[in-house]
Ligand binder design. Structure first.
Ligand SMILES: Nc1nc2c(c(=O)[nH]1)N[C@H]1C(S)=C(S)[C@@H](COP(=O)(O)O)O[C@H]1N2
Ligand SMILES: [Mo]
Length: 256
């Protein structure tokens, strides 16, 4: 049995523990709200002195580095790229394809007729190359060198992917092979990532059939399974498009 003094001091300790814990929580909450408040201030707010703005800018960069899609995938010199890159996955690319007759069908979100694009519509955009470590979910990876155009440049140039009469992007892009046997769903942030390319070259040569001729997706923020070969159809939606490997039990969002 504890004496009165001991009981009294136990209570005091409990009270103190409670107050310091509450204080800790409150500090956290108020920190979070000040951060939100700060963040929402217009960037040109002259009430913020330069030092504060520099600190905020720095914080923003740290945040982007660790938490956002602006994170760039590591790239390598062209000399590190595999000379004969591995081939894997042949669903939807078995048939022979007449590359000259190929076209990309963009299915209209509002039920209007599709729009068709030819290779020259894609090649008229600025060319981009990327050398990066391509990762297959089956456990292998390989440094590869691809060339094409930015997916985001394609969408912006031809005014695709935004809701009619608005500046808002659809949440997802669906891609399918011409025969619709292989298909993937992609979140719009990953599609708009600057390293996401519509590719027509590997190692500076036109894509061979089994690398996805004439046009394939290279999306370095995702595992290989989302890097659809031989794109035939494209569409936009706010609900997740059907996805070949997701239907077979893989995670839908295989972001690296
Ligand atoms: N059309 C189509 N694209 C596909 C696949 C497929 O089976 N069919 N497999 C995917 C998988 S699992 C991987 S790892 C990569 C392999 O690309 P590569 O053959 O150019 O190395 O393609 C992806 N794109
Ligand atoms: Mo893969």
């Amino acid at each position: 049995m504890k004496n009165n003094i001991e009981q009294w001091s136990d209570k005091k300790i409990q009270r103190r523990t409670f107050f310091s814990f509450a204080g800790f929580i409150l500090a956290g909450i108020s920190g979070w709200f000040s951060w939100k408040w700060y963040r929402n201030l217009p960037k040109t707010n002259h009430k913020l002195d330069q030092t504060t703005r520099n600190v905020l800018g720095f914080n923003e960069k740290v945040k982007d580095k660790f938490f956002s899609n602006n994170n760039m995938t590591r790239t390598y010199p062209k000399t590190s790229a595999a000379k004969r890159p591995r081939l894997n996955g042949f669903v939807g690319i078995q048939d022979n394809i007449d590359v000259e007759k190929w076209q990309l069908e963009v299915i209209s979100p509002s039920g209007k007729p599709s729009t068709y694009f030819q290779m020259q519509d894609i090649k008229s955009l600025p060319k981009e190359e990327i050398v990066f470590d391509f990762k297959c979910i089956e456990g292998w990876d390989q440094v590869v060198h691809y060339g094409g155009v930015r997916f985001s440049d394609f969408l912006k140039k031809y005014n695709l992917g935004k809701k009619e009469g608005s500046n808002e992007w659809y949440k997802y892009v669906g891609l399918e092979t011409p025969d619709a046997k292989y298909y993937v769903g992609l979140d719009i942030e990953s599609v708009l990532h600057p390293q996401t390319l519509l590719c027509f070259e590997v190692n500076n040569q036109p894509l061979p059939k089994f690398h996805g001729a004439p046009l394939r997706l290279i999306i370095p923020v995702k595992y290989g399974i989302k890097n659809l070969k031989r794109i035939g159809k494209m569409y936009f939606s706010d609900t997740p498009p059907r996805d070949y490997w997701h239907e077979l039990g893989y995670d839908y969002d295989v972001t690296l």
